[in-house]
Design a protein around this ligand. Structure first.
Ligand code: IRO
Length: 309
């Protein structure tokens, strides 16, 4: 079996990659992803200026997953663009993802105009779902603002673009959100970001410093919500808008379920943070074993074919 995939006009040797924020802060980490079994990588979400992020401790692993309130720490847009342009020379046949978001609507447009005018040939992931910048809402929970933002963006942005979404929890919200996304030539949507503003307690205390311990939840806790978001949008979106499945992937079986729900690419966050880039080899082999046992040669043989009772 092969776990290769495609998104838009891009082909990838493997349908696994990191989730933005994990193992993608600088050149050192990104190089490790390039040299791993991952099919591609996405950068840490970049802002116009570098950001130190929230006070530490701001990330904590638990038995069932993780909680984080990083606060968008990153080395700034130019650092990541420079590296991505360098990779276009050293790895001309590979396509990478550039995650970004502005701290204001104006900044978001400034960033995307810089990408549009640059020689960047990869895929842009606009993060509409950061839950950890105090005072800043998760943009994609405001569908009116999201529609206006996408309408303005697509008036000038002509390169491949997808959006990173927070989890939705109401069928009516799936309907309303899909109606908005279907209006635009999106290359993909990525479901889901961490479940925002959870609380993890050990003994009598929170485990992270920012926001009195409130942070985005990842790992085993979130797979049912992640699968539901992947499948809800798979059922509702134009087939031209691919779906990246993120959330709760620990094993090949978890990845199989994301693809069964409609995902064309699977991102790994918490498990990558805990295990390191070798996780890509393990999970890829586990998925290939499942496919071989079931007689599936490619992921297209079962993608989206979730059975109902
Ligand atoms: O706190 C973060 O940096 C962060 N953390 C997340 O869990 N998701 C996000 O999109 C972001 I931008």
């Amino acid at each position: 079996a092969t776990t290769k995939t495609s998104i838009g006009n891009f082909d990838f040797e493997n349908c696994f990659m990191n989730a933005a924020g994990v193992y993608c802060y600088d050149r050192n980490e990104l190089e490790q992803l390039i040299n791993s079994q991952a099919g591609t990588f996405v950068t840490k979400t970049a802002t116009l200026q570098p950001r130190p992020g929230n006070p530490e401790p701001r990330y904590h692993d638990t038995a069932l997953g993780s909680i984080n309130s990083m606060g968008l720490p990153n080395l700034g847009f130019d650092y990541y663009l420079d590296y991505l342009l360098e990779l276009q020379k050293t790895h001309p046949h590979r396509t990478f993802f550039f995650s970004l978001v502005g701290m204001s609507t104006e900044d978001t447009h400034a960033l995307l105009k810089k990408v549009q005018e640059s020689d960047f040939k990869g895929i842009t992931e606009l993060n509409l779902s950061c839950p950890n910048v105090p005072g800043k809402p998760q943009i994609a929970y405001d569908l009116e603002t999201t529609e206006k933002l996408l309408a303005d963006i697509f008036s000038y942005f002509k390169k491949p673009l997808g959006v990173k979404l927070p989890p939705y929890f109401d069928i009516v919200h799936f309907d309303q959100a899909a109606t908005v996304f279907n209006k635009f030539p999106l290359t993909f949507i990525n479901c889901i970001n961490s479940i925002g503003n959870g609380l993890v307690i050990e003994d009598e205390s929170v485990v992270i410093k920012p926001k009195n311990g409130f942070g985005g939840i990842g790992g085993e806790y979130i797979k049912p919500t992640a699968l539901a978001n992947v499948h809800a949008f798979y059922q509702r979106l134009n087939p031209s808008i691919k779906i990246i499945g993120t959330g709760g992937v620990l094993t090949g079986q978890d990845a199989f379920e994301h693809i069964l729900c409609g995902a064309s690419m699977v991102q790994i966050g918490t498990t990558l943070h805990k295990e390191g880039p070798v996780a890509f080899e393990r999970i890829t082999n586990e998925l290939k074993d499942i496919m071989d046992k079931k007689g599936y040669k490619t992921i297209e043989d079962f993608r989206g074919k979730l059975k109902y009772l």
